[in-house]
Ligand binder design. Structure first.
Ligand SMILES: [Zn+2]
Ligand SMILES: [Zn+2]
Length: 220
């Protein structure tokens, strides 16, 4: 290893999560190979323009649209694991570049969906915040974290309705004046049922947000 290789290895001590090639966390070839996400309503999964929430679901949903970079499978799953367990900063940079860009002309504020606090405590950082910061920097929009998540009691055997009720009260807004009349872009790593996004968006709408859209890395 010459001095140049040593310096490079110091700054990029990763193997590609896809193919194991030394150097970057995600090599150019594996990045190209990530499947694009289909544009659909995140609740009923019907195809829609620009991944907007369909008009039926919009009757009960505070979320305008949910756009994803890719499906939650294969390499995408590996990257999400990195973000959660090790190599978080490198993963957040990689994933933040892959997130769909903000809708054109949007004067929006960016914030993350806070992770449940007990999990942050054991890990020392919030992976969604890392991702949202990278995204805000890339988009040239302000990162304005306003959502607070209260600790969740994971009740074994709680019914779906009980879990929903817990989730609804899990989020609050701590800087109401920043949120009032704002166009908010919520950033998260993965969306599955969308229940967490719904709860976070409901809190923002209650605080006066004009529009809440979501940008996520992977859609299950
Ligand atoms: Zn690769
Ligand atoms: Zn729908």
């Amino acid at each position: 290893m010459n001095i140049f290789d040593q310096v490079l290895a110091f700054f990029t001590p990763f193997d590609c999560v896809g193919c194991g090639t030394e150097g970057l966390l995600l090599c150019a070839q594996c990045r190209e190979g990530l499947p694009g996400a289909s544009y659909r309503c995140f609740l009923c999964l019907r195809p829609t323009l620009a991944a907007r929430t369909c008009s039926d679901c919009l009757n009960t949903s505070p979320v305008h649209s949910v756009r994803a970079a890719t499906g939650y499978q294969g390499i995408a799953k590996q990257l999400v694991r990195k973000l959660k367990f090790s190599g978080a900063r490198a993963a957040s940079k990689e994933m933040g570049q892959l997130l769909p860009p903000p809708s054109s002309g949007a004067r929006a504020i960016i914030m993350h969906v806070p992770t449940a606090t007990s999990r942050i405590r054991s890990r020392g950082y919030d992976q969604a915040a890392l991702l949202a910061k990278v995204y805000a920097q890339r988009a040239g929009l302000p990162f304005v974290p306003c959502l607070v998540r209260r600790g969740q009691q994971h009740q074994v055997g709680a019914s779906r309705a009980q879990r929903m009720a817990q989730l609804q009260s899990a989020f609050s807004v701590n800087k109401q004046h920043k949120v009032k009349d704002a166009h908010v872009i919520l950033v998260d790593d993965v969306v599955t049922t969308g229940a967490t996004l719904q709860a976070a968006a409901a809190a923002l709408k209650a605080a006066g947000a004009r529009r809440v859209e979501a940008v996520v890395f992977a859609q299950a």
